[in-house]
Design a protein around this ligand. Structure first.
Ligand code: ATP
Ligand code: MG
Length: 397
């Protein structure tokens, strides 16, 4: 086993569909992979034939290949990833390598089938011939395993590529989506709940760079709830490396609303303030859209009409990637991206301060604007804007 060279193959997803822009997307993928190899150790990174190859360059990197593989699993833009043994393009060598490598990675599996793929058509054996030869080698090397062509536990793949042959058992789905940074920048309204971190992840997955804005209402919201939001943003760094969180205080705005406006409108009025401040922050940070974790009908402030009233206060488009998703589906993603356990910690959010007993679910914009006439929007915005500060969070290894 010692002489086996293991390498990580990262296969492009939708990037392959890009025409003249493809080079730019590939460069972004390479950059993100390189950033991650630098976190883990000494790896070489190269790309060829819609695949990025990540190869340990010293013994220490060889020992950390599993960690590297976990990192690669979070790079957006790859459809499939696997660890593979690489060897010379010679059928006998491939067989010997398969025998030495596969027993270790196929432990406990009962059935398999082989699939060969030649991108180098000059290789003197056809794909079925390669499959059958390597299948035979696997049967020799792992006595308790059998072939099952219909429903195997694992597919052993033999890829005859440009300079080398690769053997692997168990290609997995990559993170999918588009390379980070390929789709501009947005500002995520990040609360401490379940939905907004998922919304951020969804946009990052499509290649958007994300800054966050968080609104707090000290002393009605606590220091702990702010820390929780930073913790959630740190989890998102797993996907993007680094994230900025801008924090703005809404305390005085909320008190003014409470003291001057009709209770039924509290939440809507607050949400409109959030949109105004987020729009301003987006302009400052050069973000082109706002992103929220709203889902149609989930709560009173997320009915169709409430969302329209909220939207009306934003200066730029509002993306709501969860709009058509059920809570259950959102929870599933939040578990996958490891934000769920933090999100469900008890916390106070400015949205749960002074909540109306009977929030308007079918608000009319004119009525909302009438309420806003009772407070001095401009000076409240200026005052809140002055409270902003920014924290930069980094991926933790
Ligand atoms: P979440 O689980 O994301 O908190 P939610 O279902 O609790 O969402 P709301 O509290 O109505 O819904 O918030 C809707 C959206 O508004 C959130 O997904 C988030 O994008 C934004 N939001 C809510 N509270 C805050 C806050 N304190 N700071 C920044 N954004 C917020
Ligand atoms: Mg919330």
């Amino acid at each position: 086993m010692n002489s086996i060279k293991e390498v990580i193959l990262c296969k492009y997803g939708e990037v392959v569909l890009k025409g003249t822009n493809r080079g730019r997307f590939e460069a972004q993928l390479m950059k993100e992979v390189r950033r991650r190899t630098e976190l883990i150790g000494n790896f070489t990174v190269r790309n060829n034939q819609s695949t990025i190859y990540v190869e340990p360059a010293d013994a220490e990197a060889e020992d950390r290949i599993d960690e590297m593989y976990d990192q690669i699993g979070k790079v957006f833009g790859f459809a499939g990833i696997c660890k593979a043994a690489s060897c010379e393009k010679d059928l006998e060598v491939i067989k010997e390598t398969a025998k030495a490598y596969l027993p270790g990675v196929m432990k406990g599996l009962k059935t398999f089938k082989c699939e060969a793929k030649r991108s180098d058509k000059s290789f003197p054996y056809s794909s079925p011939e390669i499959s059958s030869e390597i299948g035979g080698a696997v049967l020799e090397a792992i006595p308790e395993i059998t072939v099952n062509l219909e429903n195997p536990d694992v597919i052993v793949k033999i890829e005859i590529r440009d300079t080398k042959a690769y053997i692997h058992a168990g290609q997995e789905r990559g993170a999918g989506g588009m390379p980070l940074g390929s789709a501009g920048k947005g500002l995520l309204l990040l609360s401490g709940g379940i939905d907004s971190p998922v919304a951020g992840y969804m946009m990052m997955k499509r290649g958007m760079e994300v800054d966050c804005i968080h609104f707090e209402s000290f002393p009605y919201t606590s220091e702990a709830s702010r820390e929780k939001v930073f913790e959630l943003a740190t989890r998102l760094c797993e996907y993007c490396g680094k994230i900025k969180v801008h924090v703005i205080s809404l305390t005085h705005i909320q008190e003014e609303i409470r003291d001057n406006c009709d209770e039924d409108y509290f939440t809507l009025l607050l949400r409109r303030f959030m949109m105004r401040l987020a729009s301003k922050s987006a302009e400052e940070q050069r973000c082109h859209v706002l992103v929220t974790g709203e889902s149609l009908g989930q709560v009173a402030s997320q009915t169709l009409r409430a969302l329209c009233v909220t939207d009306n206060a934003a200066d730029i488009p509002v993306f709501r990637p969860l709009i058509g998703m059920d809570k259950e589906e959102i929870v599933q993603i939040s578990r996958k991206i490891n934000t769920f356990d933090t999100s469900i910690l008890p916390y106070d959010d400015c949205c749960t301060v002074f909540t109306p007993r009977h929030p308007k679910t079918q608000p009319e914009l004119e009525k909302v604007i009438e309420q806003e006439r009772k407070i001095d929007i401009q000076s409240l915005l200026e005052e809140a804007w002055a409270t902003r500060n920014t924290v930069v969070l980094n991926q933790e290894i």
